[in-house]
Write a protein of this length. Structure first.
Length: 96
């Protein structure tokens, strides 16, 4: 993944963090939809900490569509992590 994706994710995370602090989720759905289109990697998740921002919006929002999409994104990212761990365990069975 390129630098542009990382910059886009960081921009979205900053906006979401401000929304969560101000308890104003206006525009959160658009940001979540934008995130859904980004091909996420474990490296991007770790370097941007976007999961923390999405989870903060999920907890704060009263909009059912926002909470649903946030949950869906977090679930797909956790699944990605699980798949990577499984691949690691299969390729390095004695390292665990």
């Amino acid at each position: 993944m390129g630098k542009k994706e990382e910059e886009d994710i960081i921009r979205i995370a900053k906006k979401m963090d401000k929304m969560a602090q101000k308890k104003n989720g206006a525009g959160a759905l658009d940001l979540l939809k934008e995130l859904k289109c980004v091909p996420m990697t474990l490296e991007l998740l770790q370097s941007t900490r976007i999961g923390m921002s999405v989870n903060a919006i999920r907890k704060q929002s009263t909009d059912e569509e926002v909470t649903s999409l946030a949950k869906s994104l977090i679930k797909s990212w956790k699944k990605l992590l699980g798949q990577l761990l499984l691949l690691f365990m299969i390729s390095c069975p004695y390292s665990v």
